[in-house]
Design a binder for this molecule. Structure first.
Ligand code: HEM
Length: 128
């Protein structure tokens, strides 16, 4: 039997959308993430939560090897106006890891997804 994709092992669209639902609520409430005023301008407004959950869910589905469904900006363009620094990236990365643990995602899938997130660090961190 062919090995299942990470997308399938994370529970497909229901598993990923469920995790992003928890994650984004945590990110919007995270003081360290929102210490960056540019980030706070977006994450500080609860009206942005549903659309952001949609985009991050679609991005994660594709990144995990699921069907093509993400039509948002690439990771450089999505963050080029935010001046995100290394501690800002670490704060989000820690929140993603905490959410995967909180939801009981198994170690192998946890590691695989965090490796994907880490591979985008250079595109997201753009602070001078
Ligand atoms: C690998 C890590 C990350 C991924 C996968 C990711 C994913 C995304 C996605 C899919 C979008 C929507 C793009 C669009 O509107 O077309 C976005 C926007 C955004 N991201 Fe990230 N992100 C990451 C890291 C970060 C970090 C570290 C921060 C803050 C410290 C951050 C803050 C934001 C904000 C504030 C927006 C909205 C920008 C706006 O619409 O003006 N992201 N991100």
């Amino acid at each position: 039997m062919a090995e299942q994709s990470l997308y399938e092992r994370l529970g497909g669209v229901y598993g990923i959308a469920g995790a992003v639902d928890v994650l984004v609520d945590r990110l919007f409430a995270n003081a360290k993430v929102n210490a960056n005023d540019n980030v706070k301008a977006h994450h500080g407004d609860p009206a942005n939560a549903p659309g952001y959950k949609f985009l991050v869910t679609a991005w994660s589905i594709e990144a995990a090897g699921g069907p093509k469904c993400y039509f948002g900006d690439d990771m450089v363009k999505a963050h080029d106006h935010l001046a995100i620094d290394e501690p800002g990236f670490d704060a989000v990365s820690m929140e993603i890891a905490a959410t995967l643990s909180y939801l009981g995602v198994p170690d192998a899938e946890h590691r695989e997804f965090m490796d994907i997130i880490e591979s985008y660090r250079g595109q997201v961190v753009q602070a001078a």
